[in-house]
Design a protein around this ligand. Structure first.
Ligand code: AMP
Length: 176
């Protein structure tokens, strides 16, 4: 479902050719420092998640970590990090994925989620969907259920939703 949020698109900054030539990077730092815009973004994402009973917010490194702990706090849920390879100290499960720019491995702690617990995955931006799909696989490997996958931004033209078909996907701001 798409919600109209005035001004958010004007606040997010486009950075051409970052971090590689040909990538139009969506810089959310101007939104983060704008108190009413940041609050509004978090509040609308939280409202959406409140429609489900969520036990854990799984946040994806790096910019997913900006929104996920705030949402976990608001929803009285636990926060669980999914991190890039080599960052988590305990035993992990791994999932490989392809990025819009590059390839990487994501990890989750093996004891991070109780079986059958209800999880929302949160990241800043949906591009091709590879990152979020890898995170969903990790959640499911632990026997937990992906109730929702939430993003601040969706690059609709990259069709990431297709890769995430079968999941309940929410994005606050869409670029067609
Ligand atoms: P993807 O796996 O292709 O959906 O890529 C999503 C991940 O890459 C997210 O964690 C984003 O932070 C990052 N990302 C991909 N494309 C962009 C972009 N154009 N601007 C900002 N972040 C991006």
């Amino acid at each position: 479902m798409a919600l109209k949020v005035p001004n958010m698109k004007e606040i997010i900054r486009d950075i051409p050719d970052f971090p590689k030539p040909g990538i139009l990077f969506k810089d959310i730092t101007p939104l983060l420092k704008d108190a009413p815009a940041f609050r509004r973004a978090v509040d609308v994402m939280a409202e959406e998640l409140r429609k489900k009973k969520i036990d854990f917010i799984v946040g994806i490194e790096s910019r997913g970590f900006i929104f996920s702990p705030v949402l976990a706090y608001k929803l009285n849920a636990g926060f669980v990090p999914v991190r890039k390879k080599g960052k988590l100290p305990f035993l992990t499960h791994q999932a490989a994925y392809a990025l819009e720019y590059g390839e990487a491995i994501l990890e989750i702690h093996r004891d991070a989620l109780a079986p059958n617990s209800r999880v929302a995955i949160v990241d800043d931006l949906l591009a091709t969907g590879g990152t979020a799909l890898a995170a969903a696989r990790l959640v499911e490997k632990l026997g937990a259920k992906v109730e929702k996958i939430s993003f601040l931004i969706e690059l609709v033209f990259l069709k990431g939703r297709r890769k995430l078909s079968g999941y309940d996907v929410f994005s606050l701001i869409q670029y067609e």
